[in-house]
Design a protein. Structure first.
Length: 130
C-alpha cells in the first residue's frame, strides 16, 4: 500500500470525523425553533437529537470499517504503519455508535474520545509526511 494511498485514507477519515462531530454538536445544541414549533411539537427536539445521533453513529460505523480494512491490508503487506492503525481500533467506534443511538445525550462523553481520535490521526499524518 503506497504512502499516498494511506495519507488519502487518513485524510478521508479526518473529514468523516469532522462531519460526525457536527452531528454530535446538533445533539447538544439543537437548532432553535420558534415558540409555536416547540409548543405544538414538544418531541421535536428529541427526534432531532435522535436523528443526529443516528447520522453520527452511521459515520462512526463507516470509520470503524475503514480502519479495520486499512489495518488488515497493512498487516497483510507487512507495512510498518500497521501497528499504528491497530492502535486506533482500541477506540471501539462500533460500540460508541450503538451507545449514541441508544441515548443521544451520551454525546457529551463520546465527543472527547472522537476528538482524541482525530488528534491522533492528525499526528499520524504529520509523522507520515516527514
Amino acid at each position: 500500500m503506497g504512502e499516498n494511498v494511506i495519507l488519502e485514507e487518513l485524510n478521508y477519515i479526518i473529514e468523516q470525523i469532522n462531519e460526525c462531530l457536527k452531528f454530535m454538536e446538533e445533539i447538544s445544541q439543537p437548532r432553535v425553533g420558534t415558540v409555536f414549533w416547540r409548543l405544538f411539537f414538544p418531541a421535536g427536539q428529541f427526534s432531532q437529537a435522535k436523528s443526529a445521533a443516528k447520522a453520527a453513529a452511521a459515520i462512526l460505523n463507516l470509520i470503524d470499517k475503514r480502519l479495520d480494512e486499512m489495518a488488515n491490508t497493512l498487516q497483510k503487506n507487512y507495512h510498518p504503519f500497521a501497528p499504528s492503525i491497530y492502535n486506533l481500533r482500541n477506540f471501539k467506534l462500533d460500540e460508541m455508535a450503538g451507545k449514541l443511538i441508544e441515548i443521544p445525550e451520551r454525546e457529551q462523553y463520546i465527543r472527547p474520545q472522537i476528538e482524541n481520535l482525530r488528534d491522533q490521526i492528525e499526528e499520524y499524518i504529520r509523522d507520515f509526511q516527514r
